[in-house]
Design a protein around this ligand. Structure first.
Ligand SMILES: NC(=O)c1ccc[n+]([C@@H]2O[C@H](COP(=O)([O-])OP(=O)(O)OC[C@H]3O[C@@H](n4cnc5c(N)ncnc54)[C@H](OP(=O)(O)O)[C@@H]3O)[C@@H](O)[C@H]2O)c1
Length: 259
């Protein structure tokens, strides 16, 4: 049995807690400024509602508050963590906040894993970038990966790559949702009922992604395999190229990165 403390059970904190709750070995401590949110989450996934200090007693202490709130939350948390006698790891999901900044605000160079999750973690299909501070032992890292395995795929990267990666995985769900909606709109324009068009569009995106990941084939190869000479698909591809799909998608990622 291990304990996982969540400080901030908003959208992302609760999505990760939900994934962690799938493993009955994980005992959850849920803390949120407005207690109602933590109570509602407890009703859904179990666990114990506590305050930030209570959650700081866990083996893994997840920080799920907005980056703006960190200067308020972390100094207090650092004081509690310094007094601990048992090993622990802080897991920060805060966007654009380096491990160095977390250490500075905690006033304590404790083990920190910085993660960049995305919303599909709620259904176990997230991609989660992560980087470890030098204080994180290989055993603690393995333990973290085992504990959170129900959240999705974990990809270890150099910390400097997390912000750029987040522009694909963190912002990407919104970009992909737009694409799915547009794909379905096209189907509706061709006479399909909306619900059928949406299901076809979402299933196609999800299945195509899975096919690419599981076969290891380059997307260009998979595209070529669907485009028979003079066929319908290549004419659709031509229309997408004319509309600047690729450049629009690249610009979206770059715009997010510059922001
Ligand atoms: N959403 C995403 O797709 C995503 C992706 C990657 C990373 N992240 C990161 O995840 C973190 C949370 O983002 P979010 O989208 O989940 O935001 P959110 O829904 O606003 O959740 C933040 C939660 O923190 C709580 N909180 C605020 N101050 C607190 C305090 N002093 N003590 C305890 N709890 C406190 C808030 O409670 P109240 O509601 O009571 O104010 C709220 O429930 C951010 O650092 C963000 O960068 C989010």
């Amino acid at each position: 049995m291990r304990t996982l403390g969540f400080i901030g059970t908003g959208n992302m904190g609760s999505a990760l807690a939900e994934a962690a709750a799938k493993d009955p070995e994980n005992r959850l401590l849920l803390a949120n400024r407005g207690k109602q949110k933590a109570e509602a989450l407890k009703e859904m996934i179990g666990g114990t509602v506590t305050d930030n200090q209570g959650a700081a007693e866990a083996d893994l202490v997840f920080i799920g508050v907005k980056p703006l709130m960190l200067p308020e939350v972390l100094p207090e948390l650092g004081k509690s963590l310094k007094e601990r006698k048992t090993p622990f790891t802080v897991v920060s999901m805060a966007a654009v906040t380096s491990i160095g900044k977390i250490h500075e605000l905690l006033q304590y160079d404790c083990p920190v894993i910085r993660i960049m999750p995305n919303t599909p973690v709620a259904v176990g299909e997230g991609v989660i970038l992560y980087a470890c501070s030098k204080e994180v032992t290989p055993e603690a890292e393995q333990d973290f990966l085992a504990v959170m395995s129900a959240a999705g795929r974990f990809l270890k990267v150099e910390e400097r790559l997390i912000d750029a990666g987040a522009c694909i995985s963190g912002c990407g769900p919104a970009f992909v949702d737009l694409f799915i909606e547009a794909l379905a709109d096209g189907g509706v324009a061709c006479g399909l009922p909306r619900s059928l068009a949406l299901e076809l569009a979402a299933g196609t995106v999800s299945g195509s992604a899975k096919l690419m990941l599981e076969t290891g084939k380059h997307p260009a190869q998979l595209k070529d395999e669907v485009c028979s000479p003079g066929g319908t698909t290549i004419h659709g591809v031509r229309a997408l190229e004319k509309g600047g799909l690729r450049s629009a998608v690249m610009e979206a990622v770059i715009a997010a990165f510059h922001r």
